[in-house]
Design a binder for this molecule. Structure first.
Ligand code: AHG
Ligand code: MN
Ligand code: MN
Length: 357
């Protein structure tokens, strides 16, 4: 293309040289996801004009009501991944079980895709940014049909991950483990164009994002971290700003650019957290780490968690490295030994005023 614009397609082909033994399948897979994202974007943009808002009247395996756009986005991504021929299994938030892609072209396909086709879909009816999150693994088994074990791999095994944000503009952000790059959709030419090369998350930010309405149900470490965020301290630019959209993609995208922390902890009603390891936490953790940030379940690195089931959930602390480290410190301090002298001393050190409530 002229004018110095680099499209997603051009960028992917250029970067293929980073994988000398790859035969281009991953590049084609990423390209297919980019095409499906454009189709979903077109529908998201029309929401309100056509009959695509609202619930479809069904629930997914997690008991969440499905929106028409959840189902539409799911169909578009599965269809793109089926016809491409590079993917043998899709694991989607919207499907109870894994989907085997059994077409002639994908019989020996090497890749597994885990996907949240529409993230933040409860926001769609009121014109708030939503997203798509995807994670790509190489299958481990070498012969026959791929199996569930090929899907249940640790986040460290991801070969690529990304998200699309359908916002005031539409962006696709992805990593193949060599940094993070962001592409903005130019609607006039219908192409994602490189707009955010080598994205880096500031080591320290001033935004915390959490659904504070659940405060009473949070673990003590999280309550303490919130207090920490709210205490005045000139040097660390506290009190921090609270920003919570309720679409993980949009909240994390903003924090990636500006610096900040996103937390979805355990709560009384979600004892394992709400977000799903395979298609929400792992891909976002991979992206944030590749941008220089940190992703934890409060104690351990998200990417090291051994998945046991498809729709497994986990608590998540994600974002600027210093902020996640501080939250982990308080989680550890107020874990097993809540209210101990050490914890109280630390509280005083951090100048967190107020009790445990
Ligand atoms: P999804 O729409 O894919 O089910 O995901 C919704 C998730 C996530 O995007 C968001 O951050 C979180 O749920 C919001 O949950 P609360 O409404 O409980 O804060
Ligand atoms: Mn989601
Ligand atoms: Mn979803």
């Amino acid at each position: 293309m002229s004018c110095g614009v680099k499209t997603l397609g051009q960028f992917i082909i250029e970067k293929q040289a980073d994988f000398p033994y790859a035969k281009g399948e991953l590049s084609r897979l990423l390209r297919d996801i980019g095409i499906a994202a454009k189709i979903v974007n077109r529908e998201v943009n029309k929401a309100g004009l056509v009959d695509i808002l609202g619930d479809i009247g069904t629930t997914n395996i997690q008991g969440e009501s499905q929106k028409k756009l959840d189902v539409y986005a799911n169909e578009q991504f599965i269809s793109a991944l089926s016809s491409g021929g590079e993917c043998c299994i899709v694991a989607s938030e919207e499907n109870d079980d894994i989907i085997y892609i059994d077409s002639a072209v994908s019989h020996n396909a090497k890749y597994i895709v885990c996907i949240d086709p529409l993230d933040g879909s409860s926001n769609i009816d009121c014109n708030v940014a939503v997203g798509t999150i995807f994670s790509i693994y190489r299958r481990k088994s070498t012969e026959g049909k791929a199996v569930m074990d090929d899907v249940l791999q640790k986040g460290t095994a991801q070969v690529a991950a990304g998200y699309v944000i359908y916002g005031s503009s539409t962006m696709l952000v992805y990593t193949t483990g060599k940094g993070v790059n962001g592409f903005t959709l130019d609607p006039s030419i219908g192409e994602f164009c490189l707009s955010h090369p080598e994205m880096k998350i500031p080591a320290h930010g001033t935004i915390y994002s959490i659904n504070e309405g659940n405060y009473v149900h949070f673990p003590t470490g999280v309550k303490k971290y919130i207090k920490y965020c709210q205490v005045e301290d000139v040097e660390s630019r506290r009190p921090y700003t609270s920003r919570y959209i309720g679409s993980m993609v949009a909240d994390v995208h903003r924090n990636l650019i500006k610096g900040g922390i996103y937390i979805y902890p355990t709560t009384a009603s979600s004892p394992n957290g709400k977000l799903r390891l395979l298609y929400e936490c792992n891909p976002m953790a991979f992206i944030v780490e590749q941008a220089g940030g940190k992703a934890s379940d409060g104690r351990n690195r998200i990417l090291e968690i051994e998945p046991a089931e498809l729709h497994q959930r986990c608590p998540i602390f994600l974002g600027s490295a210093d902020m996640v480290a501080k939250a982990e410190e308080l989680m550890q301090l107020y874990g097993a030994q809540a209210d101990s002298q050490a914890a109280e001393d630390k509280l005083r050190d951090l100048n967190i005023i107020g009790g445990l409530d």
